[in-house]
Design a protein around this ligand. Sequence first.
Ligand code: KIV
Length: 272
Amino acid sequence: MSVHKSDVKKITTHQLQNMKDRGEKISMLTAYDYSMATILDAAGVDVLLVGDSASNVMAGHETTLPITLDQMIYHASSVVRGVNRAFVVVDLPFGSYQGNSSEAIRSAIRIMKESGAHGVKLEGGAEIKESVTRILSAGVPVMGHLGLTPQSIYKFGTYTVRAKEEAEAQKLLDDAQLLQELGCFAIVLEKIPSDLAKQVAEKLHIPIIGIGAGPHVDGQVLVVHDMLGINKEFKPRFLRRYADLHSVMTDAVTNYVKDVKSQDFPNDKEAY
Ligand code: KIV
C-alpha cells in the first residue's frame, strides 16, 4: 500500500513527455538544499536538478569534478524533503559511472534508495552507452546531457560554445538519437548553437531542455544561484538574472551588523 503525503499532482516522466507533445515548455532549475527546494517547488518549477554544479556554487570548487557521490546524495535527500510536486533529477558525479557500467548502476541505485530522487542525469553519448543501458534496465529514469559537459572540462580546455563545427555537431545529433533509442526520458543540451538545438528538438520525440541552447527547445534550465543573482561574477550571454539577491543579502547583513554593533538589536520587544 502506498502512502500519499499530499494531494498535489506530481510531475512524472509521462507528464514531461505530454508537455512536449502539447507544446508546453518545461521549467527546470537546480536546487541543492531543503529551503530553496520548498520555494522552487511551490513556485511551480517542473523539474529540480540536483546538479553537480553544487561543487561550484555550494562548495566553492572551480570545477564539478571534486564532488562525491555521498555529497550528491546529501544534497539530493535535502531537496527531496522540500518537494511536493516537482520531478527531482540528480547528477551522477564525475567518476561514479564513466567506463564501468557496474559502478554506474551501483551509483544510480544508491542515489535512488538513499535520497528518494526520481531520476538521474549522466553526461555523454556513445561512450557511456553501457552505463545508460544498465541504469535504465533497473527501472531508473535517465536524463542525458550533451554539448558542453562540464565533467569533461579538462578535455575541452574551455567553457566556450560546443558543436560549432560540422563533425562535433553530427556526433551530437547521433548521440542524442542514441540516448533516445536507449530509453532516456529527456536530454539537456548545454551551450550549443540555437539552430543545432532546434534540429535535435525537432528530430527527437523526447523533451530537450536547453541551457545556452536558444529558444527552440522544449524547456529551459538555469543554475538557481545564477538566475537569482546570488553569484555576481558569472555572466554568460545565456543567463537572464531575475533578481539581485547578492545586493539584497549584502544590504540585509550589513544592516544586521550595524544594528548589533550599535545595540539597536535586539530591542525590548525582541527579548523575553
Ligand atoms: O550541474 C548542473 O547544474 C547542470 C546544469 C548546468 C544543466 O548540469
